[in-house]
Design a protein. Structure first.
Ligand code: GLN
Length: 303
């Protein structure tokens, strides 16, 4: 595969769409980001990285952290998380509350906010410090020993996190929170606020593309658990746009409201796109165009 050629095609197709959409502003710290940025990176399973654009500009990982938090929980080798969260697409916004009330405090999947808060709560039980566990993992996989939570973003999330607080307390009322709610939320807000670049995100995504193998060759996840995460990315990774993303792009993808998109091509590569301006569902507009072009030009769509 001539990835350099693929990237050139991606960059020229995406250019007219950079800045299209709207930067998330419900978390005030995200509203300050310049929407006219765009980066694209491909990390291959044999360790090559191809990239172009704003690939070294750090941005908030947001919901893409949900992939790594779930991976860490599943790496403990037990399935108890699946008593607390289901594996169905929600068809509703990532911070919806209605389904939770109807479904007795059990979130639809780990990639919407309720499911991710439960996962963070479980990771806190499993490790004693969910943020520290994620930091260690992300530092090792990206090769960046300074990768860190942006404390300004985290503070902004905490200050404006009423919906997430409502979600967590509602789940707690059904007995689906283990730690004190505010403690679990603190870890959740900070996990969303890790500052990461596009190139780093692609490298971290290789854990999933390699079916659970880490950069140093050790195994984080059973192959089957990596496959489970890939399936959830394809069905639930872009919220209530997951069907449309499968149709348009045809890759397992996880998005975040920081404008990042992480796609995996199992056994081949992980691809990260970043453009801070979002569609109404919270997915990067330019990132989606980029991944659509990537899939077309490379022929690597999985469907
Ligand atoms: N931190 C964000 C929130 O809790 C994450 C949402 C997202 O990226 N979709 O709302």
């Amino acid at each position: 595969m001539d990835y350099q050629h693929v990237i050139e095609q991606v960059m020229s197709a995406t250019k007219p769409h950079v800045g299209e959409g709207k930067v998330a502003d419900y978390i005030p710290d995200l509203a300050r980001v310049n929407p006219k940025q765009f980066g694209f990176a491909i990390a291959t399973v044999d360790g090559q990285v191809y990239s172009d654009g704003d690939v070294d500009v750090p941005f908030a990982i947001e919901s893409i952290s949900k992939v790594f938090a779930l991976a860490l929980v599943l790496s403990k080798g037990d399935d108890k998380i699946w008593d607390r969260v289901r594996r169905e697409p929600s068809g509703l916004a990532f911070n919806d509350l209605i389904e939770l009330e109807v479904e007795n405090g059990i979130p639809r999947n780990p990639f919407i906010n309720p499911g991710a808060i439960v996962t963070a709560d479980q990771l806190l039980v499993d490790t004693g410090d969910a943020v520290a566990a994620l930091r260690t993992l992300l530092r090792a996989e990206t090769g960046n020993p300074k990768l860190e939570v942006d404390s300004v973003t985290a503070e902004s999330e905490l200050r404006t996190g009423e919906r997430n607080r409502a979600i967590a307390y509602l789940m707690s009322s059904f007995g689906n929170m283990v730690n004190p709610v505010d403690l679990a939320l603190d870890h959740y807000f900070r996990q969303c606020s890790f500052s990461i670049t596009c190139a780093e995100l692609a490298k971290a995504g290789l854990i999933i593309a390699r079916h659970g193998l880490r950069a140093d060759g050790s195994r984080l996840l059973e192959r089957s658990d990596a496959r489970h995460i890939i399936a959830l990315m394809a069905t639930c990774g872009t919220y209530d746009e997951a069907g449309n993303f499968a149709y348009r792009i045809g890759l397992p993808i996880k998005s975040g409201v920081g404008g990042g998109l992480l796609a995996v091509v199992p056994g081949k590569c992980a691809v990260a796109a970043w453009g801070p301006a979002l569609d109404p569902k919270g997915n990067s507009v330019s990132g989606a165009v980029a991944l659509e072009t990537f899939a077309q030009v490379s022929g690597l769509a999985v469907f």
